[in-house]
Design a protein around this ligand. Structure first.
Ligand SMILES: [Fe+2]
Length: 311
C-alpha cells in the first residue's frame, strides 16, 4: 500500500474556495501553528484534532487565535499520555471538555462519534472477545492495583490513553451517528481493527476518519475499500487535514462516482487505466474523455470490463 499523499482529496483541501463545514487534522505532535494557519485560511465551521496532540502549552492557549473562529473538538491519541505535560496540556486545558471520546456530539450539522486512544493487549486485545479482556474498565483495573502503582488516584498515565471495553461499548450503544473519528484505523488498514468497522456499522456512519499512522489515505481510491462498503474511510497524516464534505465536482475531473466505479473495477490500477490514452476514445484518456462530457461512454466501457469484456 502506498500513502495517497498526492490524492486530489488532500491537494484540493489546500485551495478551498468556500468554507468547509468540517476539517479533520492529523496528529499535530505539538505543531498547532499549522492548525491555526489552516483554520484562518479556510474558516471551517468546526475542526476535529485526531489525537497525538502533544500541545506544548495548554491547548486553549495554543489554539487561542482561532477559539472564536471555529468550533474545536478532539480525540486523544496514545502519545497524549507520554509525559505529564502532554497529559496536562490536554486534559487540564479549557478545551478538555471538547474531547469526543466515548460519545456522539453534533458538530456543524453532523453527528460525530469519537473513539480516542489505542488498543493495548494488557487491557483488551480486540482480536479476542470483549468479555475476555483483562480489564473491562479503568475502575476495575484500578481495584487490582497497589496504591503506589496508581497515578493521580487512578490507573497509570499510560493507560489513560488505552481503550477499555466499557468505553467502546458505551459508544456502541449511543445511537446513530454520521461520522466516526478514531485514533486507531479500520480493518482495511494493515494495522487496523475489525472492531472499528463493527463500531462504524453499528453507529451507521457514512464516514470514518482516523489519525495515528501518519498517512493520508483515501481507502476507496487506494483500492483498500470497494464502493460497496457501508462507510468511506480516510486516514489523515500529521501536518495534514481533510475537509468535509468534499467538493466532488472539481472542474476538469471525471465525476466522483465514475472514479469510484473505476476503483471498483481496477483496484489500485484505476488511475493508470484512467490516465492511459484509449483508441475507443479518439486517443484521449478515459479521465479526459469523461471530464469533457463523455462519462457515460467511459462508464459503459467499465461496465463491459467488469462483466468480462475486452475493452
Ligand atoms: Fe498515535
Amino acid at each position: 500500500m502506498k500513502p495517497a499523499a498526492s490524492s486530489k482529496l488532500h491537494a484540493q483541501s489546500e485551495r478551498e474556495q468556500s468554507a468547509p463545514k468540517l476539517m479533520f487534522f492529523g496528529d499535530p505532535h505539538g505543531d498547532l501553528e499549522s492548525v491555526v494557519a489552516a483554520v484562518e485560511r479556510c474558516r471551517p465551521e468546526a475542526i476535529v484534532l485526531l489525537g497525538d496532540i502533544q500541545a506544548r502549552r495548554p491547548l486553549h492557549v495554543e489554539l487561542g487565535p482561532i477559539l472564536d473562529m471555529t468550533e474545536i473538538c478532539l480525540i486523544h491519541g496514545n502519545h497524549d499520555t507520554d509525559a505529564d505535560a502532554d497529559y496536562d496540556n490536554l486534559w487540564g486545558s479549557e478545551l478538555a471538555d471538547r474531547n469526543l471520546h466515548g460519545r456522539i456530539v453534533e458538530i456543524a450539522g453532523f453527528k460525530v462519534a469519537g473513539l480516542g486512544g489505542i488498543f493495548r493487549s494488557k487491557i483488551w486485545d480486540p482480536r479476542r472477545p470483549i468479555d475476555e479482556a483483562a480489564f473491562q474498565s479503568s475502575v476495575a483495573m484500578c481495584r487490582t492495583m497497589k496504591r503506589e502503582e496508581t497515578w493521580r488516584g487512578g490507573v497509570s498515565r499510560r493507560h489513560r490513553s488505552s481503550i477499555f471495553p466499557d468505553e467502546y461499548q458505551q459508544l456502541l450503544r449511543s445511537g446513530l451517528a454520521d461520522i466516526l473519528v478514531t485514533h486507531e484505523a479500520p480493518a482495511a488498514h494493515p494495522h487496523g481493527w475489525q472492531v472499528i468497522d463493527e463500531l462504524a456499522e453499528t453507529l451507521g456512519v457514512q464516514l470514518v476518519v482516523h489519525g495515528h499512522h501518519h498517512q493520508n489515505i483515501d481507502y476507496l481510491a487506494e483500492g483498500m475499500q470497494t464502493a460497496a462498503a457501508s462507510f468511506r474511510a480516510f486516514g489523515v497524516d500529521m501536518g495534514s487535514h481533510l475537509a468535509w464534505p468534499r467538493d466532488e465536482t472539481e472542474p476538469g475531473s471525471p465525476p466522483q462516482d465514475l472514479l469510484e466505479f473505476a476503483a471498483q473495477v481496477f483496484g489500485t490500477e484505476a488511475q493508470a487505466w484512467l490516465g492511459k490514452p484509449h483508441e475507443w476514445l479518439d486517443g484521449q484518456t478515459p479521465a479526459a474523455f469523461a471530464a469533457g462530457g463523455g462519462s457515460e461512454k467511459v462508464r459503459s466501457m467499465l461496465n463491459a470490463i467488469q462483466h468480462g469484456g475486452v475493452v
